[in-house]
Design a binder for this molecule. Structure first.
Ligand SMILES: Nc1nc2c(ncn2[C@@H]2O[C@H](COP(=O)(O)OP(=O)(O)O)[C@@H](O)[C@H]2O)c(=O)[nH]1
Ligand SMILES: [Mg+2]
Length: 351
């Protein structure tokens, strides 16, 4: 029988006076959840009176620790989602529903970019912002190292935008560099894989597990386009006890709210802020601008400054959009309430 502490559970996660036994969600299907608890791997559903009642209980996602009422002869019932230490969220594809959490409780994020076609520093900056925002520690994994002869330039380019962050080049095909992942792939630790389709996430999982756990994208022979192997997000335990959650790429994840992550991902840039001669400096052409001076001295790259500004603009945009949609929901709610009142006042029974 499994021990939930092997899955990263710590007893202090339990809220005081909580009832139910702890479990971890390993996959989310339409209405059912795959979970693991002290009795083994089983299926569970949400307890309707709790999740669809007045209490606004948080819906669980892959990686979540939950409390369940165990049923040995059928689906167990999920009673509560425990507090998360990290999460990836995106705007819910269903308008008006706000945020949707897609993975939770991971210790590290492997930002995966392939060394052959996918390599793009600006994309890595975005992934880093998302990762810092998640609450976990990012590591940059450069994949398909066997396809390029020399990648010192790429490593240097990442070092410039990710100071202090581990950068590891690997090949799932030859096994190159995989030993270096062992600092992170520790028993009980959970790693979220972040990267576009085709960078080799599934291949790395398979190479680490030394078996075909995940379907690898095949290339269609006729038009050489990558085929999307769509599977649900799964938490997989490797033979050594480390766990992996395969998360969707950034396009699917979106930049939901980058306000929190930008400061960490661009600490080197923000270092120059607040040091200009004028406190309201807009860093355009004002004299004594610390940012422009840093760029002139070569201490800050113009490109990095531009991508910082771009992400700031996007953050402001997403903030506005969120506010707008919140306003809209409150407005449509109050319209609905008014209509309900009208109906009640008219004495006519609609229901
Ligand atoms: N040469 C080489 N090809 C790889 C490597 N890793 C993955 N691939 C190939 O890249 C394609 C996409 O891999 P996949 O693991 O499905 O990517 P995912 O979409 O990120 O899960 C497949 O054709 C793999 O065979 C690698 O390290 N070296
Ligand atoms: Mg895959």
């Amino acid at each position: 029988m499994p021990n939930l502490s092997d899955y990263g559970f710590i007893p202090t996660m339990l809220p005081e006076g909580a009832s139910g036994i702890p479990a971890r969600v390993t996959a989310v299907h339409k209405e059912r959840y795959d979970i693991v608890c002290e009795y083994g791997h089983t299926c569970a559903r949400l307890k309707t009176s709790i999740f669809f009642g007045e209490s606004h209980e948080i819906f669980p996602t892959t990686g979540d620790f939950v409390l369940i009422s165990y049923n040995s002869s059928g689906d167990s019932q999920i009673l509560k989602t425990l507090e998360r230490k990290s999460l990836f969220s995106r705007r819910d594809p269903i308008p008006g529903r706000g945020e949707q959490v897609v993975a939770a409780n991971f210790d590290y994020v492997f930002i995966m970019v392939s060394l052959n076609f996918d390599f793009n520093v600006r994309r890595i900056e975005r992934y880093l912002t998302l990762s810092w925002q998640s609450g976990a520690i990012p590591v940059v994994i450069l994949t398909k190292a066997d396809l390029v002869e020399d990648f010192t330039e790429q490593v240097r380019a990442v070092e410039r935008i990710a100071p202090g962050i581990d950068i590891i080049a690997v090949s799932a095909k030859t096994g190159y560099g995989m030993d270096e992942l062992s600092d992170y792939l520790k028993p009980g630790k959970t790693i979220a894989f972040l990267g576009s389709s085709g960078v080799g996430k599934s291949s790395l999982v398979n190479a680490l597990a030394q078996e075909e756990i995940m379907a690898v994208n095949s290339i269609r022979e006729d038009d050489s386009k990558g085929r999307h192997t769509t599977t649900h997000r799964q938490l997989i335990m490797l033979p050594n006890g480390a766990m992996i959650i395969d998360t969707p790429g950034m396009r699917e994840l979106g930049m939901w709210d980058v306000r929190i992550g930008i400061g960490e991902a661009f600490a080197d840039v923000e270092n120059f802020l607040g040091k200009c001669r004028f406190s309201d400096c807009e860093h355009r052409s004002e004299p004594g601008c610390a940012v422009k001076e840093a760029i002139a001295r070569g201490e800050l790259s113009e490109k990095r400054w531009k991508s910082y500004l771009q992400l700031k603009r996007e953050a402001a945009y997403s903030e506005n959009k969120t506010r707008l949609s919140q306003k809209k929901t409150t407005r449509s709610k109050s319209i609905a309430q008014r209509q309900k009142k009208k109906r009640e006042n008219s004495g006519y029974v609609y229901e």
